[in-house]
Ligand binder design. Sequence first.
Ligand code: GRF
Length: 212
Amino acid sequence: MQRLRLAVLVSGDGSNLQAIIDAISTHTIQSEIACVISNRKAAFALDRARKFSIEDYYIGIGNYPDEKERNEVLYDTLIRENVDLIVLAGYLAILPEKLIQAYKGRIINIHPSLLPKHGGHGFYGIKVHESVIHSGDKLSGATTHFVELGIDTGQIIYQKTVKVAPDDTPEDLAKKVLKVEHQLMVATLVAIESGIVKIGSEADQNMPQIID
Ligand code: GRF
């Protein structure tokens, strides 16, 4: 068991962050959230962090308009907070290459489809579910994966499936998938803490798994 210092990067509502907070409260997850960082000042995820007295940072175009400086502040914050694992939970900004290299095998993301399908540039939020419905796929789901250069392209860690009903709207599907995301996020962090899923230099030893 390794108790990690997590940085959760957010941009929106923060329901995945809340799932982590709740799992820590019930000791399902032993790790601690060192900080929550948002690139959007208005993100409700920041309110969730404050409610649980978790260090929160807004690092965005509004307070760091210069991209180079913004990236440096993000990097320096993670180093200062002694972060062991970066969790992207609906974070919609692109991570700087220097950060991805420095944290190779220590950045995970959650995506609301069965990657590699319905992922990549422009596939976020409801657009993902519209694409799934439009494609006629009978199965969708959520994916956790390591982050490397490129969008949604890193090695898959876990996937959990969701049946697409014939009359599902994209909104119906989004609701079903979000519930599964919360389960998958917690399961992935539990597996990382217990060493079942390797991180850092051993991350490429993992085999992607479907968990149901
Ligand atoms: C989730 O659907 C996640 O898969 C995607 O962005 C959304 C974040 O939702 N990357 P929340 O902010 O965690 O509620």
